[in-house]
Each structure stands twice: as C-alpha cells, then as structure tokens.
Design a protein around this ligand. Structure first.
Ligand SMILES: CC(C)(COP(=O)(O)OP(=O)(O)OC[C@H]1O[C@@H](n2cnc3c(N)ncnc32)[C@H](O)[C@@H]1OP(=O)(O)O)[C@@H](O)C(=O)NCCC(=O)NCCS
Length: 198
C-alpha cells in the first residue's frame, strides 16, 4: 500500500494541509492554542496556516515532511530539534502545562504526525517515522521524543512497534476542546537503535 508514496520536505504552499493534519494529530491542543491566537475573522485553521507558512520558526513548513502520491498529500510529520527546556513559569497556562512539562531535551521532537483518514492503516505513518530523520542529520540528535495520548491506543501501539518507550506521564487537564482524558505520555527512542527495528 506504500507503492508510489514519496517522502519529501514540505513547501510554504502546503501550509494549509499541514495545519489540517497537525490539528488531527494534536487531539484538540492545536484548537486550544490557535483559538487563543485568532484575529478578527480568522478560523482556527487560518491561524494554523498562518503559523506554518512562516520560515525560521519551530512551527514552520520547513520542519514538516510529507508523504505524497501522484502529487497528492497523504500525511505529514512535523518535528524539530529541541535543544533546551524552557521550564513553565508558575503562571503558565494550566491546560498546556502537562505538555510543556513532558518536553525532553536534547531530542528531535516529533510535534505531530497524521495521515488523512482514508490513508490510515496502510503503513504511511510508519514510513514517515522511519524516514523523516534523513532531513535532520546535520542536527546531530541522538534521540527522538514525542508526546502521545494514552487513550489514542492505536498511535501508542504504532510508536511502541517502532521502538519508542514510555518515559514519563502527566494527567491531561480536561477542557472542552481537548479530545482525550487520562494521561499524556512522553515517549522516546534512540535515533539509531542498537537493535534493528522490523
Ligand atoms: C497515528 C497515525 C499517524 C498512524 O499512521 P498510519 O499510516 O495509520 O500508521 P500505519 O499504517 O503505519 O500503522 C497503523 C496500523 O496499520 C497497520 N499497517 C501497517 N502497514 C500496513 C499496510 N501496508 N497495510 C495495512 N495495514 C498496515 C499496522 O500494523 C498498524 O496496525 P496496529 O493498529 O495493529 O498497530 C494515523 O493513524 C493518524 O493520522 N491518526 C490520527 C492522528 C493521530 O492520532 N496522530 C497521532 C497523535 S499522537
């Protein structure tokens, strides 16, 4: 099912699709953030697109890798090197605090991964995780990290199959926009594992 799938870096023209896919990956956290940033007349996805079209930022199309077939985007992974931690201050947003506390540095942080619904379960997410690292070789990161929702068990299973382990957890702070309850999980894996992953 991965036949004809190309993995390649995103461009600024992909910003809207990246925003859509990031929104699917974030379980409501993107909606929460972008809602708070919306300017008059802007939809939540307009905010996401405005952020991903920028260059030189962590949340930039420049940090997104796409899976595409015949020019059609099927999925994406968004990742950037996290070199040091910014410890959340006492007044930090309580809904966002668990995710800020789970960040891990130094690591190549996978901030979001998603495929459009009709392309899931075909190995494309696995292919993205196994191949995007080639674009980050110069960053010299030894470890991948990501934050998953324990309730999103299909994604946790996928990460475990690809060698990620749960290294910390925090309870999710409930909010109408956040789709999951239970714990948020910090998962990590060596970029070059000692044992081959099949
Ligand atoms: C999570 C997500 C990115 C995974 O991508 P995906 O392309 O569906 O992942 P894969 O196809 O590689 O693996 C998922 C399942 O398909 C199966 N699969 C793998 N290759 C396959 C193939 N060639 N044909 C059919 N099924 C396949 C896997 O065995 C796996 O099954 P499992 O549930 O038993 O683990 C995708 O499901 C998604 O977009 N979900 C919504 C957004 C989201 O939740 N993101 C993660 C937030 S932490």
């Amino acid at each position: 099912m991965q036949e004809g799938v190309l993995i390649h870096p995103a461009g600024p023209d992909n910003a809207r699709q990246i925003a859509e896919l990031y929104q699917m990956a974030a379980g409501g956290v993107a909606d929460y953030l972008w809602f708070g940033m919306a300017e008059r007349g802007e939809s939540i996805l307009d905010v996401g697109e405005r952020r991903f079209v920028r260059a030189g930022e962590d949340f930039s199309f420049q940090n997104c890798t796409l899976a595409a077939r015949d020019g059609k985007v099927l999925g994406m992974i968004h990742a950037f090197p996290m070199r040091e931690l910014t410890n959340p201050e006492p007044g930090f947003d309580p809904v966002l605090r668990p995710y800020a506390e789970l960040e891990r540095a130094p690591s190549l942080y996978i901030a979001g991964i998603a495929c459009y619904p009709e392309y899931r379960g075909q190995g494309i997410g696995s292919l993205l995780i196994q191949s995007f690292g080639v674009y980050y070789m110069n960053d010299n990161m030894a470890e991948y990290s990501l934050i998953a929702f324990e309730e999103n068990d299909a994604s946790v299973r996928l990460y475990q199959r690809l060698g990620f382990e749960i290294v910390a957890r925090r309870p999710i702070v409930p909010h109408d926009l956040i789709q999951y309850k239970g714990d948020a999980l910090l998962m990590a894996r060596d970029v070059f594992p000692a044992k081959e992953i099949t």
